[in-house]
Design a protein around this ligand. Structure first.
Ligand code: G3P
Length: 603
């Protein structure tokens, strides 16, 4: 057994609706894990529910060990929807949730190490910490106090529709196209730029600090690293920075023209330094949550536990979709992955080249591990198809319509019926993202009759997500120069690398029923394959952190080949289409008609 076998990487993964921390070993196995689901309604918080499980068979309740208190009822939930189209998050809660998960893992590790000692085995130790996070979500804070101002505006919030529409009306289409090519992303409510503009325009405290040059900006990665490092490192990894719409996708620098587009003055707002996905950003230290306005508390026991890992480097960071690209081991040009989380995101690794889509896909940064030298260490890019609503439509059916009592009930409900009975559901709660890019579309259900049941609606909702994945694959194939309909003809895609396999992970991918619906919609040319790494996002951040040293002997893996062979794993399910050709085509036409109806609804 080498020293590497007892080294672990702690990964903190802050998603849109839950946070988790996981300790991974070199084989990518989960040694300890803890997850907190955010509450979205005051007084019914799940925020404080703390459970820990360990992959080595020890189950403890962290609340007993840590006496964690969680602010929930009095100050409202972590995630809230205060007005139609608004999605907000409490920055201090996000931070608290992340470190509570980490504390719970450290407690778990103590138990595991005691057990190992009894068995005469060497203890595990945490070598570094990696971070994965929901992207684009925009947080501003006071440079003097570190306290956040206002709420964080979440990526799928559409309050900036007007700002975006005004921008589109004022600026010529040619100019917008130039700027899209420079940033990799179109003008949309999705990215951080319009959200920062809104905060400056609508919050007098934010405006005052902006005018005084004391406003700090960041996405969730920046907010976390700023408060979790002793040095208060104000950084953003390039995969996150590429989602602000302020960064030039080729130079990895903030761009004056992009900032001017949004009237953002770089001398007034402190933008984070853009860094790679894998390097030492700073040393872990426990933040003082009370000073940040968090009235729930970390117990003395929790702080003591966390202090035992103080000084460990925070050394890896990836936006969550880039993280799952890495965690799914889609590390080479031509590999692709699709993650069904709150939204659904399909990333296609285009290697060291930026491919600018002509069909609605985004150009984004996959990962950048400079410690790996010339080849593996060069930045890797990806084409991305983003779907705003995936798991969130399931959550909506559960919480708002009460059609199901638990998310996992959706698959069984939908498969009570063989089809939707003519219903088509376009779940455009946050407008439509790729490949449509329509901020003014809204959720639409068409084709209802007296015959329609809850099962039909559930099935139509799932199909609405899966149709968008098909539209994205079609757009990407068109970008790759495929002739005709890629999905029908099984031709290759980008530079002839075949995309006959869609590697999936994330919540909805756990359902056999949902993945069969996806396979049926894609048709016979694409196999849907469930990833062996259920927590691909967290694993990706762990890989980034484990790769940070420029000395191979100090890394957890030698290089990317070593990552692939050490982690590997067998698929946990393949799904192939059982749909009838003519029916599949007819259903697709209905979907396209429904998208037309949903488009421009609020204009
Ligand atoms: O771009 C938004 C994305 O990063 C959110 O991911 O997993 O919370 O749906 P998720």
């Amino acid at each position: 057994m080498s020293a590497r076998d007892t080294q672990l990487v702690a990964s903190i993964d802050i998603g849109t609706t839950s946070s988790r921390a996981i300790l991974f070993n070199r084989k990518g196995q989960e040694i300890a894990k803890h997850q907190i689901e955010y509450s979205t309604t005051a007084n019914t918080s799940a925020d404080g529910e703390v459970k820990v499980f360990s992959a080595e068979g020890i189950t403890i309740t962290a609340t007993e060990d840590l006496e964690i208190e969680n602010e929930n009822d009095s100050k409202g939930p972590t995630l809230r929807f205060p007005e139609p189209g608004w999605v907000e998050v409490k920055p201090a809660h996000v931070l608290a949730n992340g470190i509570q998960c980490l504390a719970a893992c450290v407690v778990s590790l103590d138990h595991i190490n005691k057990k190992r000692a009894d068995a005469g085995e060497k203890p595990y130790s945490i070598a570094s910490i990696g971070i994965a996070n929901m992207r684009e979500t925009t947080i501003v804070w006071d440079a003097k106090t570190g306290r956040s101002l206002n709420y964080g505006i979440v990526w799928n919030d559409t309050r900036t529709s007007e700002i975006v529409n005004k921008k589109k009306a004022e600026v010529s289409a040619e100019r917008l196209e130039e700027l899209r090519q420079k940033s990799g992303v179109p003008v949309s409510t999705y990215f951080s730029a319009s959200k920062l503009r809104w905060l400056i325009d609508n919050d007098s405290e934010v405006k005052a600090l902006y005018d005084a040059g004391e406003l700090m900006f960041g996405t969730v990665d920046t907010w976390l690293i700023y408060h979790l490092t002793k040095e208060h490192a104000h950084v953003s990894d390039v995969t996150n920075a590429s989602r602000t719409q302020f960064m030039d996708i080729s130079t990895f620098k903030y761009d004056d023209e992009l900032l001017q587009l949004w009237d953002i003055d770089q001398t007034k707002v402190q933008l984070p330094k853009i860094v790679s996905s894998s390097e030492r950003y700073g040393s872990f230290s426990v933040p003082d949550l009370a000073k940040l306005g968090y009235s729930g508390a970390l117990s003395t026991a929790a702080v003591e536990k966390l202090n035992t890992i103080a000084g460990i480097p925070i050394a890896g960071c990836l936006g969550d979709q880039s993280a799952s690209l890495v965690g799914q081991l889609a590390l080479k040009q031509g590999a692709a992955k699709c993650t069904y989380g709150t939204g659904c995101f399909l990333l296609y690794n285009t290697g060291n080249k930026t491919l600018i889509s002509k069909h609605g896909a985004l150009t984004t940064v996959g990962y950048w591990f400079p410690s790996l030298g010339e080849n593996d260490g060069a930045p890797h890019y990806a084409l991305e198809g983003s779907i705003a609503v995936a798991g969130s439509v399931v959550q909506w059916l559960r919480d708002n319509l009460k059609l199901i009592s638990a998310a996992q009930d959706i698959g069984p409900l939908a498969s009570q019926v063989p089809n939707t009975g003519g219903a088509v559901f376009v779940p455009a709660f946050s407008g439509l993202f790729a490949p449509y890019w329509d901020s003014e579309a809204r959720g639409t259900i068409l084709g209802l009759t007296q015959y329609t049941t809850a099962a039909h609606i559930a099935r139509a909702a799932l199909e609405g997500v899966c149709y968008q994945a098909r539209a994205i694959l079609k757009a990407m194939a068109s970008d790759a120069g495929a002739q005709g309909d890629f999905l029908e003809q099984a031709v290759g895609t980008y530079e002839k690398a075949p995309l006959s396999l869609l590697a999936v992970d994330g919540g909805m991918s756990k359902s056999d029923e949902v993945m069969q619906i996806q396979a049926d919609i894609l048709g016979p040319c694409v196999t849907v394959r469930r990833s062996p790494n259920a927590e691909a996002t967290a694993l990706g951040a762990a890989i980034a952190a484990g790769m940070a040293s420029t000395k191979a002997e100090d890394r957890l893996w030698d290089n990317l080949e070593d990552v692939i062979s050490a982690i590997g794993g067998e698929s946990t399910g393949d799904f192939v289409s059982q749909s009838v050709d003519t029916e599949r085509r007819r259903a697709w036409t209905l979907w396209e008609r429904a998208v037309e109806r949903a488009s421009g609804w609020i204009s």
